[in-house]
Design a protein around this ligand. Sequence first.
Ligand code: PAF
Length: 276
Amino acid sequence: MQKWADEMRARGQSIGFVPTMGFLHEGHLSLMKRGREVANLLVVSIFVNPAQFGPGEDFEDYPRALEKDLALLEDLGADVVFTPKEEEVYPEGYETYVRQENLPNHLCGLSRPVFFTGVATVVAKLFHIVKPHVAVFGEKDYQQLAVIRKMVRDLNFDIEILGGPTVREPDGLAMSSRNAYLRPDQRSSALALIESLHLVRDLVKKGETDAGKLLDIAREHILAKKETLIDYVSICDPESLVDVENVSGKVLMALAVKVGKTRLIDNMILTPSKKE
Ligand code: PAF
């Protein structure tokens, strides 16, 4: 992979990169289309990264469909699909990790304490191996994108990071490989995420600024659905991810909800209406 990247770079080609854990859906494909637009060559990696799963999480069960993914990537015209083995990424004796001080202490990082160290570590390694000029990540994983942007700045990676908008099912559910876990009867509960985002967005547009009140309304809506368990619902600063009390400017609303055993996340940027 590194040799290929060196050769392409020497020929003046630009490399676009989309790292994935496979089980590809329209959301991934939209990131790849973006990657294709901004670079001459597209590399996609498929690697279910054990370092970002905590004990008791779904590493073993994470959906995998390599043959189907490869066929999709062939149709899409990816130039290279990089599918390293676990022992190649983390050979015996591996002991170097990228850990951030602040961003992981919010939102998903609170209930998934190893997640962002695992993500930052594997993405740093993939960047060194794939040597891209541009890499594209989904905005559905807002905090992941923030962590990666920060890592790239802090560690001087010479890589442009682009975010791709969340792609949704026709009913509004954000596309995710984990949607495959949902039973048909759990689908309407899964819609609690986008519904509560819309509910709060509309109230903010009407002038409600009390984050506590807005969060109560969102929580009530989510908990009224069957089999839902809230991990977090937050209205926070879109840069620092620190909770805000008042919606006085642009904020991020982000949430993680378990529907049965399936943990789903979603988010939206909210902008208050301008005061006359
Ligand atoms: O978003 C994902 O699929 C993963 O977290 C990533 C970025 C491929 C790292 O394993």
